[in-house]
Design a protein around this ligand. Sequence first.
Ligand code: NAI
Ligand code: 13P
Length: 329
Amino acid sequence: MGLSSPVPVLGAGGWGTALAVALTRAGHPATLWARRPDFAARLAEVRENREYLPGVTLPPGVAVTSDLARAVAGAEFALVVVPSVGVPDLLAELPRELGLVLCAKGLAPDGGRLTDLARGLGFTRVAILSGPNHAEEVGRGLPAATVVASTDAGLADAVQAALVSPTLRVYTSRDEVGVELGGVLKNVIALAAGLVDGLNLGDNAKAAIITRGLREMGRYLVSQGAHEDTVYGLSGLGDLVATATSRHSRNRAAGEAIARGDHPIHRPQQGGKVVEGLRTAGLLDTWASAHGQDLPIVRAVALVASGEWTPDQGIASLMGRDARAELDG
Ligand SMILES: NC(=O)C1=CN([C@@H]2O[C@H](COP(=O)(O)OP(=O)(O)OC[C@H]3O[C@@H](n4cnc5c(N)ncnc54)[C@H](O)[C@@H]3O)[C@@H](O)[C@H]2O)C=CC1
Ligand SMILES: O=C(CO)COP(=O)(O)O
């Protein structure tokens, strides 16, 4: 792909829209693909994604289409920015020689990684983009940093070159597993932080959830083959802080709403916007039970999200665990 060929951005929610705008800031045109033709037509005309990223004007360098084949024609790689639940169907329609930059922070239907799902479908060039990156801030050009991870160094370098700009620092990493799973797990811990907020449990409890949550993330990531240092990088600690403390986070807000009794807990969407952690918690809890792994915050969030436990029961389950040494798990 030459520097001036448009980069396909597949998914016109908040993050896809912000990434398309970020590409133009980096000097590259983008083609933003939306699934629904009527939505794409309105977006092309209004030049603002009022449903998912209000207040950000689409620059002239962003073209909008609902024609998937046209969006990816001739591209070296595409940013895949639909929610995790929509990734399998979308990938099934893409040419296998296309490089994939997976941007969803969620899991495949079987609880596995989306990068594995992609490779299982026959894609050979796969990367993950993840970090503390609220679309509302990246869309407005506030300074941010992110990580593109791939075992394919050429792909990671190409994505870095395409996205880096004076307002977005893009780091590369070879630790695909660690970068991908950090983004997946932090949503669940942010939901727990939202429960703490909604129950008015205070700053000490919030700090405890974030810190113990980071340890839980670390245990899981390392068990899956991640490098321990990645847990403390932008896609781990960085995104956990950004999400668990942010007014923008849908996951944190969902936890707060559940605690206040005003969230439809069986619906993994909030006002049409995706709350990945609700789905992730259940998938991870099932995996942890099957593999004898202790993920107590994941378990509490999964059972509260499914309605089996009240938020108070979830917190009590964490406070009532056996006394132990801090570093023992
Ligand atoms: N919003 C943010 O700040 C960030 C979001 N992400 C991740 O990006 C992914 C997308 O999130 P957002 O853009 O925030 O979503 P969003 O909630 O803003 O919008 C979701 C978009 O996906 C579309 N969609 C829903 N189901 C679909 C399906 N089955 N197939 C295709 N399209 C479908 C919707 O029509 C909508 O355009 C999520 O995995 C999220 O965790 C990652 C970094 C930042
Ligand atoms: O991943 C995000 C920021 O890095 C967005 O988090 P939410 O999905 O909770 O809004």
